[in-house]
Design a protein around this ligand. Sequence first.
Ligand SMILES: Cc1cc2nc3c(=O)[nH]c(=O)nc-3n(C[C@H](O)[C@H](O)[C@H](O)COP(=O)(O)O)c2cc1C
Length: 395
Amino acid sequence: MTNFVAYNIEDLRRIAKRKLPRGLFEYIDLGAEDYIALINNRQVYKKLKLKNRVLVDVSERSCSTKIFGTNLKMPFGISPTASAGITWFGGEILLAKAAQRMGVVCTAATSAVTPLDEIYEAAGGEHLWFQLYMWNDKELRSRFVERIRDVGYKTLVVTVDGPVGANREHNNRNGYSMPLRYSSRMAGDVLARPGWIFRVLLRQYLRRGAFKKENYPAELGKKLSDMSVKQGQSHTKPDSQCWDDIKRIQDIWPGNLLIKGLYSSEDAVLAAKHGLHGVILSNHGGRYVDNAPSPLQITAETRAAVGKDFMIAIDSGPRRGSDIIKAVACGADLVMSGRPTLYGCAAAGEDGAYRALEIFYEEMDRTMAQLGLNSISDIGPQIFWNPPHWAYPPH
Ligand SMILES: Cc1cc2nc3c(=O)[nH]c(=O)nc-3n(C[C@H](O)[C@H](O)[C@H](O)COP(=O)(O)O)c2cc1C
């Protein structure tokens, strides 16, 4: 048990900033280009004001919900994040364990620095999903999907928003890459955090060797994710993925299949037409398209377009339990986020990640009571005071 005090997600973020080498903290915390999407992701949540209803008996209230037949303590899930293991040794496993303890979803990432079978062995089950980056090599990709299936994962999230690398200038300045390379700037950042060297780096080297993307087959020369635009390059090589690639996955994947990284209702309608089980509306936490809207801004419109039964999850921006309620009121079934549990894990390993989930739960439960809401089905746009047009479905 690590001693730490965190009353909210921002407290965990501040601790993470103190504990992580700067280049690693900024890799997690910052976004693409001018941070327009990153900043907007928070602002839109803050803009929505909530009305209370008084003299409602809320003594029996519950935040629980069901997604794909799985009971969740609240409509929350951990978004996939590459390299969670740089925050604490075995970070991916710790996130999955924290989610299992809380009874929420955790999504393990293709670009994890812990192998997918070790994560599943430690915390597998219906709460643990897997995120797929579609490698260009179709044969390798199919074999990888079969491996994920054989390990036992039942829900697969295909991330589709990265046809070219993101322009994250801070990573270039800091010299951040995976595998980690120790430029003089990165080495200086690391030496300034001796605690991280003992907690994470040495344990990693002793037990696993250098940090690398453990799920990437050696044959795969070029990585899809975390390809940054380097100085003097107009772009990295685009891939050729399209809806046919989703069909190929459907042929070999027996479980739930979602796509992640869209933020237009048109694409959500296409996803439903292609027989997917749901979508995760996401602008990647402001890490790809800097002028993207917040997924929250297109949730109501998407719900109106796909109907009430199609599963909509959204991420990018929630930091308070009240944000979960706001997203559900706009039409989301599940609200996800990647950074808060990474901050928590950097602060105190599994206990820190669990604390992030506990904060979301306590805040959501309190806000439900304050507003006079007893269950998820009570949450709807009637809770908004003077909402902006995007929070209402179009007629
Ligand atoms: C450090 C980091 C790594 C990420 N890696 C991935 C990834 O490998 N695959 C993916 O689909 N999304 C990845 N994402 C995006 C998250 O899944 C999610 O969309 C984002 O964190 C949402 O923003 P929020 O955490 O601010 O709510 C990453 C995000 C962060 C912060």
